[in-house]
Design a protein around this ligand. Structure first.
Ligand SMILES: C[S@@+](CC[C@H](N)C(=O)[O-])C[C@H]1O[C@@H](n2cnc3c(N)ncnc32)[C@H](O)[C@@H]1O
Length: 361
């Protein structure tokens, strides 16, 4: 699977699209919001740029990126008022892989400048927004270009499915699973962690070249308490595919060879990688959880539907590399039932890790 060519969230604006099914990610951004405000305030007061250059890495096509941008503009405006300076102009770079639906995103683009004028008068902005289609695992911007970088729910996606998930004679090692699961042998976790370590270090190294000293970065990642046994929703998706193998709908070998390019690190793993890479001072490293369904007061059917639609909007393009549309359709009908059974028995939660960092000298 050529991840950087095939990976994107479900395109368009229909009821299955990421645009319509990204409330979970939006909630995570809101929960991390005070940490974003705090970092941008410190960056602005320290650097006082005339034009604040910011990037959202892995912005996708939903409205979430604009929530982040508005938040950063508001926090900067407040910071500038607090020191009696005029609010700066803003250069906003929305980055994602080339397969991302940038058109859907730009069509949703609110008239930021008009909104800014109405809310704050002519003294704030203007704001210049552009899309940057390129993998964030590598250089995206010139040297010392950015004052602030934000990335939410993106950096746990790997640049490739790890090597090492097959034996030397081509036999699949993670049989019956699509991610690290309770039945995965230990070498599966080792291979996934090795890939995450390479990718995350490259992400930090690339941003460290692109950022101005004392610039700020806030990253939110989907993490886990135990990265070698993450209790992920993807384990449940894998076991649903295995049920379809037993029903004779899917060939076992196809499932055995399919693995997701994602890794959910622990807090200690990310701390160690940031410290080892060495370009950033870690100001904050916090965690919070959100329920898979967000709203546990709803009935179980509604919750299971929400979970299945949210996951489908993210992983369908990856599944399409191996499974037919008919299989994927049936998979998500069955998955909804499996989610309902699972949350009736035991709630599922996403652990979120927030890193707030400052670029060192
Ligand atoms: C779950 S979405 C999160 C999007 C958005 N930040 C939000 O919170 O709604 C993950 C995004 O990361 C992007 N992504 C994954 N790997 C990437 C890479 N190597 N370079 C740039 N974007 C990447 C995906 O294409 C996808 O749009």
């Amino acid at each position: 699977m050529e991840v950087e060519k095939v990976f994107h969230m479900k395109k368009g604006v229909d009821h299955t699209s990421y645009v319509k099914n990204s409330l979970l990610q939006r909630t995570v951004i809101t929960r991390a919001g005070p940490i974003i405000d705090e970092r941008i305030r410190e960056v602005y007061i320290t650097l006082r740029p005339e034009c604040l250059m910011m990037a959202d890495m892995g912005c996708s096509s939903g409205p979430n990126a604009f929530q982040v941008v508005s938040r950063i503009i508001n926090a900067t405006d407040e910071a500038s008022r607090s020191i009696n300076r005029q609010c700066p102009q803003f250069g906003v770079f929305l980055n994602d892989l080339p397969g991302n639906d940038f058109n859907a995103m730009f069509k949703l683009l609110p008239n930021l400048n008009q909104d800014l004028q109405e809310a704050k008068g002519s003294s704030c902005g203007p704001c210049f927004v552009s899309g940057i289609p390129k993998s964030f695992y590598g250089r995206v911007f010139p040297d010392k270009f950015l004052h602030f970088v934000h990335s939410s729910y993106s950096v746990h996606w790997l640049s490739q499915v790890p090597r090492g998930l097959m034996s030397e004679n081509g036999e699949a090692l993670n049989k019956g699973n699509i991610f690290i699961a309770k039945t995965s042998p230990p070498e599966i976790h080792k291979a996934y962690y090795a890939q995450f370590k390479r990718d995350f270090t490259l992400f930090l190294r690339s941003r460290s070249r692109e950022m101005i000293s004392a610039g700020g970065m806030v990253i939110v990642l989907n993490g886990s308490m135990k990265s070698d046994e993450p209790d992920s929703i993807l384990e449940l998706l894998g076991s649903t595919l295995q049920d379809m193998v037993l029903e004779g709908v899917i060939v076992q070998e196809k499932l055995d060879k399919f693995n997701m390019p994602v890794y959910t690190p622990t807090v200690e793993e990310v701390r160690k990688l940031v410290e080892t890479e060495g370009s950033f001072a870690l100001n904050k490293l916090e965690t919070f959880t959100v329920d898979w369904s967000l709203d546990t007061s709803q009935n179980l059917e509604t919750q299971a539907k929400f979970v299945a639609k949210s996951i489908r909007a993210v992983v369908e393009p990856l599944l399409e590399t191996t499974f037919t549309h008919a299989v994927i359709h049936d998979l998500f009908l069955l998955f909804e039932i499996r989610v309902k059974e699972r949350i009736a028995r035991k709630r599922g939660e996403n652990l979120n890790i927030v890193l707030s960092m400052t670029k060192k000298e």
